[in-house]
Ligand binder design. Structure first.
Ligand code: UT7
Length: 334
C-alpha cells in the first residue's frame, strides 16, 4: 500500500478506571518522614488511589476498556488489536493485553504489551495508528494500566509519595475520520536508563533473597535529573509533533501532559508558549500513574466537556528509558 493510501485514524471512545481506596498526603506522613506541605509545594499532589490486593493491571485495564468500547459503540469482538502499556504488568508473561482480551472477550484481537513507562500510551497510540492506517486492522484498543503502589518502596520518601494506581483506555478506528491523529513524535535515550528504573526481577538481576534484601524489586528514581530531562524532552516533542502536523502553538485548544509534577507542567507551559489554562491537570487527585496518566486525563477531559468536536489536542509524556513522545490530534467525536 503506498503512503497516499494510508487511512486517517481517530480516537472514537475513551474510558478510565480509578480504584476506590484513597491515600492522602496525611496518610503518607504517618508512614515516612514527609508533610502535606512538602508534597503539595514540590509536586501539586494531594491524593492518589490504591488498587485492592486482589486487583491486577489487567483487571483495571479491562474495566477502563469496557467503558471505552461502550463510549465508542464498538463490541469486544470487533477489536482487531489490543496494545497494553504498563510497567506493572500482571506478570512477565503472558502479556497483560492477553489477560485484558480474556476478561473482555475480544477474541478476534491480537495482543501485545509495550514497555515505555510513562510514555507508553503515546507509543501505543502510534503503534495502533500505524496498524489501522495501513489496513492491518480496522479497530484497536489501547490501554495504559498501572499498579504502581505494588512496586514503590514504602520506606523511600523520595518516590513513595509520588505514585498511584489507575487505568485508562481508548478505542482507535479509521471510521469516518476526516482529521484524527495528525502527527506524533517519539524518542528514547537508553544512555540514561539508570535514572529511572526497577532493576530487580528480570534477567539482569533475577529475584533472589539477595535482590530482595537489596530492595531491587522497587522502583528507583533520581528525581532532580529526571525533572530536567522531562521538561526539555517534552517541550521538544511537542514542537516536533506540532511542526509535523503543520500546526501552530496558537492552534492548540488543549494540552494533556503526563501528570508527574505540577512544576514540570508549568515549566513546559512557559517554554512552549501555550497558555496555562489550556493544560489539563488532574495530578492532585491521582499522583503519577505512569502509562495510565494520559488516557485517564483524556477520558476526564472528554467526559467533563473540556474537549469539543474540532479541537486540536496535544498529548505529551516522558518516562523511564528514557522515553518521550507527543501526539497532535483533532477531536472528531461530538
Ligand atoms: O513519571 C516519570 C517521570 N518522573 C518525573 O518526571 C519526576 C521528576 N522529578 C520530580 O518531580 C521531582 O524531582 C521530585 C518531586 C521527585 C522531587 O522534587 P525536588 O524539588 O527535585 O526535590 P529534591 O529531590 O531535590 O529534594 C529536595 C529536598 C531533599 O532534602 P535536602 O537534601 O535538601 O535536605 C530531599 O531529601 O527534599 C527532601 N525530600 C523530601 N522531604 C519531604 C525528598 N522527598 C521528600 C518528601 N518529603 N517526600
Amino acid at each position: 500500500m503506498s503512503a497516499t493510501e494510508l487511512r486517517t485514524v481517530s480516537i472514537i471512545g475513551t474510558g478510565s478506571y480509578i480504584p476506590e481506596k484513597v491515600v492522602t498526603n496525611a496518610d503518607l506522613a504517618k508512614i515516612v518522614d514527609t508533610t502535606d506541605e512538602w508534597i503539595v509545594s514540590r509536586t501539586g499532589m494531594k491524593e492518589r488511589h490504591m488498587a485492592r490486593p486482589d486487583e491486577a493491571a489487567s483487571d483495571m485495564g479491562a474495566a477502563a476498556a469496557r467503558k471505552a468500547l461502550e463510549a465508542a459503540g464498538v463490541t469486544a469482538d470487533q477489536v482487531g488489536m489490543i496494545v497494553c502499556a504498563s510497567i506493572t504488568p500482571d506478570m512477565p508473561f503472558p502479556s497483560t493485553a492477553c489477560y485484558v482480551q480474556r476478561l473482555i472477550g475480544a477474541h478476534n484481537a491480537f495482543c501485545l504489551d509495550i514497555t515505555a513507562a510513562c510514555s507508553g500510551f503515546i507509543y501505543s497510540l502510534e503503534l495502533a495508528r500505524n496498524a489501522i492506517a495501513c489496513g492491518q486492522v480496522d479497530t484497536a484498543l489501547i490501554i495504559g494500566t498501572e499498579k504502581l503502589t505494588g512496586v514503590i518502596d514504602w520506606q523511600d520518601r523520595q518516590t513513595c509519595v509520588l505514585f498511584g494506581d489507575a487505568a485508562g483506555a481508548a478505542v482507535l478506528s479509521a471510521r469516518g475520520a476526516p482529521h484524527g491523529i495528525r502527527a506524533t513524535s517519539l524518542g528514547s535515550d537508553g544512555r540514561l536508563a539508570e535514572l529511572l528504573m526497577l532493576p530487580g526481577g528480570g534477567s539482569r538481576h533475577p529475584t533472589s533473597a539477595e535482590t530482595i534484601a537489596q530492595r531491587l524489586h522497587y522502583m528507583k528514581m533520581s528525581g532532580r535529573e529526571v525533572f530536567k530531562h522531562a521538561v526539555t524532552r517534552m517541550v521538544e516533542a511537542c514542537q516536533k509533533a506540532l511542526a509535523k502536523a503543520g500546526a501552530k502553538v496558537e492552534d492548540v485548544d488543549l494540552v494533556i501532559p503526563h501528570q508527574a509534577n505540577l512544576r514540570i507542567i508549568e515549566a513546559i507551559g512557559h517554554r512552549l508558549g501555550v497558555a496555562t489554562d489550556k493544560y489539563f491537570i488532574n495530578l492532585e487527585k491521582y499522583g503519577n500513574i505512569s502509562a495510565a496518566s494520559i488516557p485517564v486525563a483524556l477520558d476526564e477531559a472528554v467526559r467533563g466537556g473540556r474537549v469539543k468536536k474540532g479541537d486540536t489536542i496535544v498529548l505529551v509524556a516522558f518516562g523511564g528509558g528514557f522515553t518521550w513522545g507527543s501526539a497532535v490530534l483533532d477531536w472528531d467525536k461530538e
